[in-house]
Design a protein around this ligand. Structure first.
Ligand code: SF4
Length: 694
């Protein structure tokens, strides 16, 4: 039972969990949150919320929070509390020493999709202006970087095409590699409402998730494809559409390059892409592939929503392009009820990518090699920028192991727990001479840190988050930072210690710089956000009220580009030693690695990660429901309890990654997307055997 008193005042802010970006009224008594009330005027949630956002404040006051900076010489030494000044001076001196000794490219930084736009902008600025290199990356690397690549190549911009309201005019909804019922619950409710009104649902997922089959909505077609066969199956849908003449010739001729379409159409029409051949490969009934393709092409407004089950593969970028092809071929773009929409896992994945947190791009997805865009920042920041892309997260770790990368600033990210191949991450961190972790808690990565900078929660700072529909929402300070400094102030103070003359007095001034330098944000300001509540970028002279639907009159790149999507089997193969395929996901009540939800004591939702296994596979191994099992891959092994269910097909096992004890990423391998290095979390060959427990 939670005892609550009467609120004295309230502040409207934005949930810091998933990419839906729900608005809440935080009702306060002094500095204490009394309750979080979903805000009826929030354009992303319209008064709704899920359990995570509703109880999202408990971790703010959790005893595990670290509130003072700490330093140690070696990672085996005990931590020593220091003042902020000492911490910044120590980092600045260490980073300068390392660069003097090992070269300018020997340090870098990682920012987080959990942080505000203003914070991620500052981190990439610190690295480009202060470190004088492009070694900046974000945790979007491990989730939606293929979205950036795939939609950028085909449509010309790295973002979803629709607002959430658009789903209310969809006739056919196709969900690929996503389980919004668990991961994006408020959007899932809107989607299911539309399905109850008569819209049809197609789901491509190896599991029979809550999205496939719930009391609220059932899929008309479920394609339970074998993990790793996304490209083949989506291309097979295109095969049916092309060979049966179901494509929208008028749209393609007007909006796309016709000769590229013809080349692509000839490719998808090949026999190897037929439902019969692909069905065998993917374990899907060919008639289900045919039925789903016909429904999507002819059922009215067709909208596609996809998640990490698309991107976290060795062909993640290829699948995104295959999806983009499908929507172009059927004319399902540029109006309400249609579109291609990545469901972003974290609150500010979209924003972190928009803000130039990638080693090859400045804010607004402009490649670092572009002289004109470099000029903009060079004249504003007074430095010559490196025109070569920097290191991605996995490259930083590789370089650390090899000895050329020695220092890192990690803001709001626990790479040891969330990135693949934990042993390799640990080896990279252990090889560095100055690891700075800036976070709320002493996370797993902090085991390898030399400096710990306490972070602030979303309730303790001002800024903006950009949700999955490109909506820029205000984050408003509800209480003073318990650690004394909001995260943007920490980065600013570090920059000043490194000799930069930054003097932002408020995050609104950072947004003013973003607007000044980034065309898609040119009209965005805190005044506009106060006036309108929120806006969707592009928001500039051409679109002063923002842009709910993209590509209405033409694609951002001009003509839409069809790209051949050849299926290439992953190198991660099953065999006698590792005969099952492991895939991963989330549950409704936990969030990612659980750092916040596991420490939110104002609601009881603690559990454990379980291994879902089909009854056939369990029986073969003598595993009963609830038994401990050993889960092993070529990368490592862990132990967890079995959950026997036919939600997963024979040959496939599934787990979540919310609890550090499970160490799910000890199992995942170092294979990654060919274009972006996004890890292949969703396909790992494993063995399961009975165990006596951890
Ligand atoms: Fe927060 Fe997402 Fe839940 Fe909305 S749906 S309350 S943004 S976790």
């Amino acid at each position: 039972v939670i005892e609550i008193g009467q609120p004295e005042h309230s502040v409207v802010t934005t949930c810091a969990y998933c990419g839906v970006g729900c608005s809440f009224k935080a009702e306060m008594r002094g500095e204490e949150v009394v309750r979080m009330v979903p805000w009826k005027d929030g354009k992303a949630n319209r008064g709704h919320s899920c359990v995570k956002g509703r109880f999202a404040w408990g971790y703010t006051t959790h005893k595990d929070r670290i509130l003072n900076p700490m330093v140690r010489e070696k990672i085996t030494d005990p931590w020593r509390e220091v003042t902020w000044e000492e911490a910044f001076a120590h980092i600045a001196s260490e980073f300068r020493r390392i660069q003097y000794q090992y070269g300018r490219a020997s340090i870098g930084g990682i920012t987080s999709s959990r942080c505000t736009n203003e914070e991620t902008y500052l981190v990439q600025k610190l690295i480009r202006q202060g470190f004088r290199n492009n070694n900046v990356d974000t945790c979007a690397r491990v989730c939606h970087s293929p979205t950036g690549y795939g939609l950028g190549q085909t449509y010309g911009t790295s973002a979803g095409t629709q607002d959430f309201d658009s789903v209310e005019q969809s006739d056919v909804i196709m969900v690929i590699g996503a389980n919004p019922s668990a991961a994006h619950p408020v959007f899932a409710s809107r989607m299911k409402k539309r399905i109850r009104q008569g819209a049809k649902l197609i789901v491509l997922d190896p599991r029979e998730t809550e999205t496939v089959n719930s009391v609220h909505a059932k899929a008309d077609y479920h394609l339970p494809l074998r993990p790793g066969t996304n490209v083949a199956v989506v291309t097979s849908l295109a095969h049916v559409i092309v060979t049966e003449g179901l494509f929208d010739e008028t749209f393609v001729r007007e909006r796309c390059d016709w000769s590229e379409f013809e080349d692509w159409a000839a490719f998808v029409a090949e026999e190897r892409n037929s439902p019969e051949v692909v069905g065998k490969l993917a374990g899907v009934d060919p008639e289900v592939i045919r039925g789903a393709a016909r429904l999507y092409a002819t059922g009215g407004n067709g909208a596609i929503y996809y998640g990490l089950g698309v991107t976290e593969h060795s062909q993640g970028s290829t699948t995104v392009m295959a999806i983009a092809n499908l929507a172009m071929a059927t004319g399902n773009l540029g109006r309400r009820g249609v579109g291609v929409n990545p469901l972003r896992g974290q609150n500010n994945v979209q924003g972190a990518c928009d803000m130039g947190s990638f080693p090859h791009e400045l804010p607004g997805y402009r490649h670092i090699s572009g002289e004109a865009v470099r000029d903009v920042y060079e004249s504003l920041w007074g430095v010559k920028l490196d025109d070569e892309p920097g290191l991605r997260i996995p490259n930083m770790l590789d370089a650390a192991v090899e000895g050329s990368f020695k220092g890192i600033y990690v803001q709001g990210e626990d790479i040891l727990q969330s990135d693949p191949d934990t042993k390799h991450v640990a080896a990279g961190l252990a090889a560095m001479e100055c690891v700075v972790v800036h976070d709320l808690f002493l996370n797993e990565t902090a085991n390898y840190a030399h400096v710990f900078l306490p972070g602030s929660t979303f309730l303790e700072k001002d800024g903006t988050f950009t949700n999955a529909e490109r909506r820029i929402n205000r984050v408003r300070k509800v209480m003073a930072p318990k650690n004394g400094l909001a995260d943007w102030e920490v980065t600013q103070r570090l920059a000043q210690a490194m000799g930069l003359t930054w003097a932002y007095a408020h995050p609104s001034e950072i947004m003013a710089e973003i607007a000044q330098t980034t065309p898609a944000f040119a009209s965005v300001s805190y005044e506009l956000l106060e006036e309108k509540g929120s806006v969707q970028w592009p928001c500039n002279e051409k679109a002063p009220d923002g842009t709910p639907i993209m590509h209405v009159y033409g694609f951002v790149r001009g003509k839409g580009k069809f790209i051949r999507t050849e299926y290439v089997a992953t190198d991660e193969k099953t065999g006698p030693r590792f005969p099952l395929l492991l895939t991963t996901g989330r549950i409704l009540s936990q969030y990612n690695v659980g750092a916040q939800t596991r420490r939110t004591d104002n609601v009881v939702w603690h559990g454990e990660d379980r291994l879902e296994i089909n009854p056939h596979d369990a029986e073969q191994r003598g595993v009963r429901d609830g038994d401990w099992v050993r889960l092993a891959s070529r990368a490592g092994e862990t132990t967890l309890r079995a959950l026997i269910t036919d939600r997963v097909a024979a040959g496939v096992v599934y787990t979540t990654f919310h609890h550090p004890d499970t160490q799910a990423n000890v199992i995942t391998t170092d294979f990654s997307d060919w274009a972006t290095n996004c890890p292949e979390y969703k396909v790992t060959a494993v063995q399961v055997a009975p165990s006596n427990g951890p």
